[in-house]
Write a protein that binds this ligand. Structure first.
Ligand code: NAD
Length: 374
């Protein structure tokens, strides 16, 4: 059996498997190939892979002949056509937004696993790419903000005068938000947090931040750890509370997302107008529309005197650790679909295998995805 690591498109610095992780597979008698320079931007040169008996191969050969292909980003239409029928593709494909790509995979009879569809269960935690990468995004969001913020984060009392600590507002206390709180606190900021899931209040407080309470949130306990759409009344109450905190904030990190839907607009233009000059917003929901009306995906924009950063792949700014963690997630997932002897064994009775599988046997097999495609 052959597993191949594909070089990612331009702007993606990560690689799906670093040499150490790939070596685990060669020890299972699996032939592992990698496209030339695939690990270069993650500081894993070809020679390191070769030292682990991993062969450098041409992209065409990888596409035409591999049983399993590991990627992070989706492939182009032409590349899907080049794949071997029945090949297995594993990556982060955002199938709730990329219908066309998913349709093409089904037409070509590819078995595709999109790891962003991982069930939010305890057993799946070691394979959860959204968590491992969001953790990095939350950390880097704060560092990015500190880098461009024209003032200090911590409080200082010096002979030349006193400096007040920066006020950071974090909207959404999921994986990225919690890491952002911890990082901002370490830098000495005063942190306020809001999330529609009241369950996160204790975690937020244990990190030394203040939780903004809004009564009457919709019950998300059956949404598998994700947020759900809120009522109009709740949204209005939420907006009033958030508006007061936005006006006081120096830095805002927004992370609010709802799977399969456009991100909620939490910061209106009116709220932006109330912000202090020099304030920074890092919008981690930029890929799905952003939490402000001014956010532009993968762009930094100025709105009056406020900087809004819409970099939706902050994990790629730390390709070493991001690739290491992503690769470990992938490796753990591979152990579910290959036997100890190194053969493919797809068990669709397993909730993780079934939950991540989006196309198989010429069909779109995932209920959440299938419902969106005619
Ligand atoms: P996410 O990226 O989907 O959303 C980020 C946060 O935004 C969430 O906390 C969400 O509640 C919040 N949000 C959504 N709409 C909002 C709004 N209108 N206003 C304010 N906040 C809003 O979430 P995530 O970081 O991927 O994780 C969500 C939860 O799932 C977390 O509690 C996390 O611990 C849990 N989780 C569990 C597992 C597991 O058990 N395997 C894995 C990962 C995450």
């Amino acid at each position: 059996m052959t597993i191949a690591i594909l070089k990612e498109p331009i702007n993606e610095t990560r690689v799906s498997l670093l040499p150490e992780a790939a070596d685990t597979l060669t020890k299972q008698n699996i032939v592992v190939n990698i496209e030339k320079n695939a690990g270069a931007l993650a500081y894993a040169p070809d020679e390191l892979y070769q030292s682990k008996n991993i062969r450098i191969a041409e992209r065409t050969e990888i596409l035409n002949a591999s049983d399993i292909i590991l990627t992070i980003q989706p492939l182009s239409q032409e590349e899907i056509t080049a794949l071997k029928t029945n090949a297995i593709l594993i990556g982060i494909y955002q199938p709730l937004f990329n219908y066309q790509f998913i349709k093409q995979l089904a037409e070509k009879n590819i078995t595709a696993f999109s790891l962003d569809m991982m069930p939010r269960t305890t057993r799946a935690q070691s394979m959860d790419v959204l968590s491992s990468q969001a953790n990095i995004a939350g950390y880097k969001a704060v560092l990015e903000a500190a880098n461009i913020y024209p003032r200090y984060f911590p409080m200082f009392m010096t002979a030349a005068g006193s400096i007040k600590p920066a006020r950071v507002l974090i909207l959404g206390a999921g994986v990225a938000g919690l890491q952002a709180i911890a990082t901002a606190r370490r830098l000495g900021a005063v942190v306020e947090v809001f999330d529609t899931r009241p369950a996160v209040k204790e975690e937020v407080m244990s990190l030394g931040a203040k939780f903004i309470e809004v009564e009457g949130a919709a019950d998300a306990s059956k949404a598998g750890g994700y947020a759900v759409e809120q009522t109009e009344e709740y949204k209005q109450r939420q907006q009033q509370k958030i508006a007061a905190s936005v006006a006081k904030a120096d830095i805002i990190i927004t992370t609010a997302q709802i799977p399969g839907r456009k991100a909620p607009v939490l910061i209106t233009n009116e709220m932006l107008d109330s912000m202090k000059p020099g304030s920074i917003i890092i919008d981690l929901a930029a890929a799905t529309g952003g939490n402000t009306l001014q956010t532009k995906n993968n762009e930094t924009v100025k709105y009056k005197n406020i900087t809004i950063v819409g970099n939706s792949n902050l994990a790629a700014t730390m390709p070493g650790d991001a690739s290491k963690l992503y690769g470990k997630n992938v490796l753990n997932f591979l152990q579910l679909i290959i036997t100890k002897e190194g053969n493919i064994n797809l068990n669709f009775e397993d909730d993780i295998v079934a939950g991540c599988c989006i196309t198989h046997g010429g069909k779109v097999v995932n209920e959440r995805v299938g419902g969106l495609i005619d």
